[in-house]
Design a protein around this ligand. Structure first.
Ligand SMILES: Nc1nc2c(c(=O)[nH]1)N[C@H]1C(S)=C(S)[C@@H](COP(=O)(O)OP(=O)(O)OC[C@H]3O[C@@H](n4cnc5c(=O)[nH]c(N)nc54)[C@H](O)[C@@H]3O)O[C@H]1N2
Ligand SMILES: Nc1nc2c(c(=O)[nH]1)N[C@H]1C(S)=C(S)[C@@H](COP(=O)(O)OP(=O)(O)OC[C@H]3O[C@@H](n4cnc5c(=O)[nH]c(N)nc54)[C@H](O)[C@@H]3O)O[C@H]1N2
Ligand code: SF4
Ligand SMILES: [Mo]
Length: 887
């Protein structure tokens, strides 16, 4: 591998490794050797803005918890030994059982170059197509819907459309939290140009806050709603007859099917769960706004009918010719930073490479281009099928890169069992311990954000460079290097001789343009001639990019990628009725919180991001809470036919009765039983194979709590056996834990055995009559503190957390510690609400009491909400509730 020189004193332009908005980031070196991050004002995706997660990136760069050396079992080994073992393991398995006995499971968090090499090795040289990716859980239904409609997986529009639209329809998207910088662009359009926003989501979310119309739709009611819209557009004369005639096929059939499916208004009301007035209000807005963008995300994709939902939406845009023109079009908001890049290289099991399929012509072409002996004969297994095949012993060796399937796949307990049965599990990771890597035979340390180099493609088809500004941590190496080394050791020296990321990118670009006379949408052939220096300096560009500058929008004048150049209307299948199961009366919806990214391996390292959601929770309507014997702030045991989870109960009137909601971020590493994937059923969409992760039937019952409290610790603790329920969160200087016991606490034995996990002198204060138990382990510094109360807990972890961050413990602090405060009675700001600027709940409450009773006034007084704006809905909710309390 050629080592590129590291930049030293100037800011480095790179991109955020989280969501698909793809914000440009400046990494800025400080005099103290620390790095700061800021939004890149020149990047077209964000024009200098970042959200709370992006702003906290510098806090994730520490060596804590990193995987630093290749490990076989738990034994550190040299790279040579590890790579030989991986290559031998895969070669031997292929020799014994054939190419279909091995698989790769990849991720939209790999860079395009990493992804390209992995796909080439498996599909071209090992000769199996069992390469799938976590994008199967994420964007697969959109890919399938795009291909059915357009003949290609093409996002037609660009971000500027969100600035120029008069109506923005959000379907199954909590953009305020999940695509925050784009959402703020939409909000700015609403404020400055008067654009309307319609939010279609079974839940009231932070995205509802700036919407003109909230449609709290029944789960999976979307297809009916958009079929009804197609009929309405036809009946009110809003069709673009010329566009339909010249550029599409199948309109009449789709409209007839929609008329049959829609039935009466009453049946539409029943199928969508929406009042007739709301449906009509939405239809009128859509019909009367020429410039309309429909953004959709996981509420659409993660469904048993996700592909049909995508097509029902696209149908309405094709029927009105509102596609590929400024301010209009269907717009898939992609999840991961490189969800799009993964699609481009063929990371999905049903794609070959460069948006090609497994037809004879494509296989021949790719085989010649790669000079590959063994191009896979046909499609491979999609994620859920792949893990079934592992479960059944048909796949014997698996390499997982940059994803955590033991947490994020449906039926996650079964996935975990299947992984533990593999002959060979190789995991490439940044982190030392994940639920998946715990089961690995071989662990390979991958370079993390800041250390790696390559490209990503965001939601608007824009390719940007991710640049390194740090040396690799420990023995870490870029994923592309690791895969290439294994390829060479498997006997494919020539095909995997890449020296750097630029070599790979040029080959990828050349393949996209190879024998491509315009028949394939993905063509960046124009970039195949970049020199290393040009690649290094590459400015963000949009594809297609045949010979020169990129293309902002596609399809305004047709030019679709079906052989006849026309788009297709697709009539959705009739919905399958969801049977009520009396044993599992509630419908579990799952999704994200504002400040955490997936399984928290990176955002979980930031103390600033933790307080927004400390624990895994279950949001439930107050009526259901009462009906199922739960209490606000209590703990619920949740069960589905596939598994269980234990979650904190929060009432939420924005969740419809009969539904509950839980976040996806907790794992076996950071909670007692927070893995939501263990509950989720295995239903998948018939076209895309994407799991229906938003709709699982569950039942709930209370966990009876006898004592609860918190622990703060400098070291990560093993709490197995110490509490019925616990969850870990980051604090400066160590970790915090909330804990709850379902039995009376035997403090006299409990605390000493906990204290053994820390080094220092144990001190205790207990008042058994009051049910108060407090203990600490102190040395030079505070090592551990545990506060447990029988009954409902009242002490505040945030009041003494500063002691953990301090390098030394003063005598005065030693004396006051167990009373739950610091000696100087440092103000306790409460849990952080505005993560960007670190403003706490108690500070905000005090400011409101002092008369700062508007968002603007709070912004002036505390700066809260003035950076990314994602906490504004929460500030507004606080203002409302404090206002109610005051009157
Ligand atoms: N903070 C944060 N941001 C992220 C991520 C993260 O982990 N944290 N992850 C990134 C990734 S990979 C992804 S894929 C995106 C996901 O981004 P989103 O899709 O916006 O996020 P989710 O919370 O998964 O789901 C969105 C909404 O779908 C709703 N929903 C559920 N069922 C239905 C239904 O039947 N119909 C409709 N219309 N809506 C429904 C849910 O109530 C939820 O509010 O976020 C990206 N951004
Ligand atoms: N119930 C339910 N389940 C879901 C979802 C849902 O909404 N509901 N959403 C689904 C969706 S959309 C997604 S995208 C998935 C996400 O689920 P996962 O992909 O499983 O979650 P991550 O935590 O992002 O896992 C990424 C892992 O890669 C590591 N990593 C990060 N960067 C690199 C790198 O450069 N190289 C290597 N080798 N490793 C790296 C991280 O430390 C982390 O362990 O979850 C899916 N599962
Ligand atoms: S919106 Fe936030 S998470 Fe997404 S790319 Fe931008 S800074 Fe990163
Ligand atoms: Mo995703």
């Amino acid at each position: 591998m050629q080592a590129l020189p590291l930049p030293s004193s100037r800011p480095v332009k790179t991109t955020c490794p989280y969501c698909g908005v793809g914000c440009g980031v400046l990494a800025i070196p400080g005099d103290d050797g620390q790095w700061r991050v800021a939004g890149d004002p020149d990047h077209p995706a964000n024009l200098g803005k970042l959200c709370s997660k992006g702003s906290a990136l510098a806090e994730t760069l520490s060596p804590d918890d990193r995987l630093l050396h290749p490990l076989i079992g738990n034994r550190p080994v040299s790279w040579d030994a590890a790579l030989d073992a991986v290559a031998r393991g895969f070669s031997d398995t292929v020799k014994r059982y054939g190419p279909d006995s091995v698989a790769f499971y990849l991720s939209g968090q790999l860079l395009t170059e990493d992804y390209y090499v992995a796909n080439k090795l498996m599909k071209g040289f090992i000769g199996s197509a069992h390469v799938d990716t976590n994008s199967r859980l994420c964007m697969a239904s959109t890919v399938a819907g795009h291909k059915r409609a357009f003949g290609s997986d093409t996002v037609p529009g660009c971000y500027e459309d969100l600035d120029q639209a008069d109506l923005i329809v959000l379907v199954g998207s909590n953009a305020a939290w999940c695509h925050p910088v784009l959402y703020q662009r939409m909000v700015a359009n609403r404020r400055d140009r008067g654009a309307r926003i319609v939010n279609i989501d079974p839940r009231v979310t932070a995205t509802t806050d700036q919407s003109d119309l909230q449609l709290s739709i029944a789960p999976d009611g979307d297809t009916a709603l958009f079929e009804g819209l197609l009929v309405y557009l036809a009946d009110t004369g809003k069709l673009d007859a010329e566009f339909i005639a010249r550029h599409t096929e199948g309109f009449d059939a789709a409209l007839n099917a929609a008329r049959r499916g829609r039935g009466s208004l009453t049946s539409l009301v029943r199928r969508t769960g929406l009042p007739a007035e709301q449906i009509e209000a939405f239809y009128r807005l859509f019909a009367d706004s020429e410039r309309v963008v429909t953004c959709f995300s996981q509420g659409v994709n993660q469904s048993g009918a996700g592909t049909d939902k995508v097509n029902a939406i696209i149908n309405c845009h094709l029927a009105t010719g509102r596609i590929g023109r400024p301010g209009m079009g269907p717009f898939s908001l992609t999840g991961q930073p490189n969800a799009m890049g993964g699609r481009e290289v063929g990371g999905l099991a049903n794609q070959l490479a460069a948006h090609m399929r497994f037809d004879a012509k494509s296989r021949d072409m790719v085989g010649r281009f790669w000079n590959a002996p063994n191009v896979a004969a046909g499609e491979g297994l999609k994620a859920v099928e792949m893990f079934d095949a592992i479960d059944k012993g048909r796949i014997k060796a698996l390499w997982v890169m940059a994803t955590n399937p033991a947490v994020s796949l449906p039926r996650a307990d079964r996935v975990r069992d299947a992984l533990s049965r593999l002959d060979l599990l190789v995991v490439s990771e940044n982190m030392a311990v994940t639920d998946t890597s715990r089961l690995a035979h071989i662990r390979l340390p991958a370079s993390a954000w800041g250390e790696k180099d390559g490209t990503v493609t965001n939601s608007e088809r824009r390719i940007s460079r991710q640049r390194r500004f740090l040396p690799p941590m420990g023995d870490a190496r870029p994923d592309w290097w690791i895969i290439s080394q294994v390829g060479r050791r498997m006997g494919f020296e020539d095909a995997f001789g890449f020296q750097n990321a630029a070599d790979i990118f040029r080959e990828h670009a050349a393949l996209s343009g190879f024998e491509n006379a315009g028949g394939r949408d993905f063509d960046i052939g124009g970039l195949a001639v970049l020199s290393n220096a040009e690649y290094e300096g590459l400015a963000p560009v949009q594809w297609p990019l045949r010979r020169q500058a990129g293309t902002e929008r596609l399809f305004a004048d047709g030019g679709f990628f079906h052989p006849d150049g026309k788009a297709r209307f697709v009539a959705p299948a009739a919905p399958v009725a969801d049977g009520i199961d009396a044993g599992y009366p509630l419908m579990l919806n799952t999704g994200r919180v504002r400040d955490q990214w997936h399984t928290m391996t990176r955002t979980g390292k930031s103390a600033r991001l933790a307080p927004n959601a400390l624990e895994p929770f279950l949001d439930i309507h107050p009526l259901d809470m009462d009906a199922h014997g739960l209490t606000e702030g209590g703990v619920a045991k949740v069960r589905s036919p596939d598994g269980g989870a234990t979650l904190r109960v929060r009432t939420n009137e924005g969740v419809a009765p009969g539904n509950v909601f839980a976040p996806i971020h907790w794992t076996g590493v950071n909670a007692s039983a927070g893995r939501i994937g263990s509950l989720v059923h295995g239903v998948t969409d018939p076209w895309s194979g994407q799991p229906a992760s938003k709709m699982t039937r569950v039942r709930v019952e209370p966990l009876r709590i006898r004592a609860e409290g918190f622990i703060l610790s400098r070291m990560d603790l093993d709490l197995a056996g110490f509490a019925a329920y616990w969850a870990r969160f980051k604090v400066d200087g160590g970790w915090g834990y909330v804990v709850a016991h379902d039995r009376p606490i035997a403090w006299a034995s409990w605390f000493p055995s906990l204290a053994r996990q820390a080094e220092g002198d144990a001190v205790e204060y207990t008042d058994p009559a009051a049910g108060i138990h407090r203990g600490a382990v102190v040395g030079e510094r505070l090592e551990l503190a545990a506060f447990i109360t029988e009954g409902r807990h009242d002490a505040s972890w945030s009041a003494i957390a500063p002691l953990l961050a301090a390098d030394a413990l003063s005598t005065a602090d030693r004396l006051t510690l167990l009373s739950g405060r610091t000696a100087d009675a440092r103000p306790d700001n409460g849990p952080v609400v505005c993560a960007c600027l670190g403003v706490g709940r108690l500070q905000i409450e005090a400011a409101v009491r002092d008369g700062h009773t508007s968002i603007e006034a709070l912004g002036v007084e505390l700066k809260a909400g003035t950076n990314c704006g994602s906490c504004v809905p929460e500030l507004r909710a606080m203002l409302r509730s404090l206002d109610v309390a005051a009157t």
